[in-house]
Design a protein around this ligand. Structure first.
Ligand SMILES: [Zn+2]
Length: 434
């Protein structure tokens, strides 16, 4: 779910908290038990402050009053090492109005084709076998399986997107996936050889229930296959801005192994995949011991620190240094009379801006290519989001690249800025001028 969010109606985003007035459930609660092992041993190692929802762009100044903020703190379980958030925002509030179009990017399309053929080969799937994808979105991954002659079923909570998938011949059930979904889907569709969850496990609060539901749906020699961003990349790159309320877990193989054991699964294989800045694809089997290769990765994690609290405490220190350095740089540029604008209005940019308290005094505006974001204000810091053309029309001395994971591509697109002597600031892992 990391692709650019767009609103379903094509209108400007409506602040989500306004859409849920009169609700009976609390919007926010704090979890006390670890999502992987269930122990009450969560240790807070980083506080990013009270933050608005990173995708809740404001239509204008009229939306500023009443903008809610929730603690954005990171915890590490000292029993099983899972890095996670304890503050949970109701998924209806977080995800209700957003759709994620995954079928458009050519990189993702190639990734999907490779993914499907790897699964078909590894599990020796035949036309009778069923592949289920959870959070199947517009069905773009399942289409690749169908093209390889396998039976498919999607499970997708957003009705409008599920309808698109069905129109393209991908049978899709409209529902949230949870522990009860496994037995229910098995009763209506039969057992699956593979249940796939791509970038969904980190977003669900009941992590163990979700995985148990997946386990209930596969047959004895089937596989549950999940793809999640790898915590190692975040740790080593000081990518604290990938933290926002939607991302509840930051997985290592070690933590996934503890989680798997709890629901009767073992890890048979882990692939490293280069999407979303470094992810792992983890293959679980029923009632098996963890294989040698995942065990070797767990050992590596105890050495490189991904599964240790000490390494995450060091991460928190680097994060605080990053804030000091970003604020100092922007303050110095302003004092010297230089002009600065932002590039990109991604969710991660909002975590960075709010944590570093970069307001319009330090960064007067940012620009974005998504027409649905242009004309809005960023959550929390209320930077106006302007069109990319603004940078052409109003030259600035420095462009702070908030979407830094696309820095090379952005700098290429902004050759005119460079030609005028303009420079770039890449903020992560430490701010540097390019
Ligand atoms: Zn734990």
């Amino acid at each position: 779910m990391s692709a650019a969010p767009l609103t379903a109606a094509g209108d400007r985003p409506t602040p989500k908290w306004q859409a849920v007035e009169g609700r009976s459930r609390p919007v926010h609660h704090v979890r006390e038990e670890c999502r992987a092992c269930g122990a009450r041993t969560l240790k807070r190692f980083l506080a990013l402050g009270d933050q608005p929802l990173a995708n809740a762009f404001l239509r204008g100044p009229e939306d500023v009053a009443g903008e809610p903020r929730f603690p954005l703190d990171m915890y590490c379980c000292t029993t099983c090492s899972l890095v996670q958030l304890a503050d949970v925002i109701d998924p209806e509030v977080l995800f209700a109005e957003y759709i994620y179009v995954t079928g458009t990017s050519t990189t993702i399309a190639a990734h999907n084709r490779g993914y499907a053929s790897a699964v078909v080969t590894e599990l020796a799937l035949t036309p009778d076998d069923l592949v289920v994808e959870v959070a199947s979105n517009d069905g773009s991954l399942l289409r690749c399986f169908r093209n390889l002659g396998v039976r498919v079923l999607g499970v997708e909570p957003a009705r409008n997107i599920a309808t698109q998938a069905v129109a393209q011949g991908i049978p899709t059930e409209v529902r949230f996936f949870d522990a009860a979904a496994g037995p229910a889907l098995r009763a209506t569709h039969g057992k699956a050889r593979a249940v796939i969850g791509n970038n969904v496990l980190a977003h669900v609060d009941d992590t163990a229930g979700f995985l148990r539901g997946c386990a209930d749906l596969i047959d004895a020699d089937g596989a549950v296959i999940v793809e999640v961003p790898y915590a190692r990349e975040m740790l080593q790159g000081t990518e604290y801005d990938t933290v926002y309320h939607e991302h509840l877990c930051y997985f290592s193989v070690t933590a996934l192994a503890r989680l798997a054991e709890r629901v009767g699964l073992g890890i048979r294989r882990v692939d490293e995949v280069p999407v979303h800045g470094g992810s792992i694809r983890v293959w679980f089997g029923k009632g098996i011991a963890h294989a040698e290769q995942p065990r070797a990765m767990m050992h590596e994690e105890s050495v490189n620190g991904v599964s240790t609290l000490a390494a995450w405490e060091a991460f928190a220190q680097r994060t605080a240094e990053n804030r000091r350095a970003i604020r100092q740089l922007l303050q110095e540029l302003r004092a010297a009379g230089h002009t600065v604008a932002g590039y990109g209005a991604p969710a991660k940019g909002n975590t960075l801006l709010n944590y570093c308290q970069v307001d319009t005094g330090l960064l007067p505006y940012t620009v974005d290519r998504n027409p649905l974001k242009v004309g809005t204000l960023t959550p929390g810091m209320h930077l106006p989001v302007l069109s990319v053309d603004t940078l052409r029309e109003r030259p600035v001395d420095y462009v702070l690249i908030l979407a830094w994971n696309f820095a090379d591509e952005i700098m290429e697109q902004l050759q005119f800025h460079r030609d005028r002597g303009g420079r770039f600031i890449v903020p992560i892992p430490m701010p540097r001028i390019v």
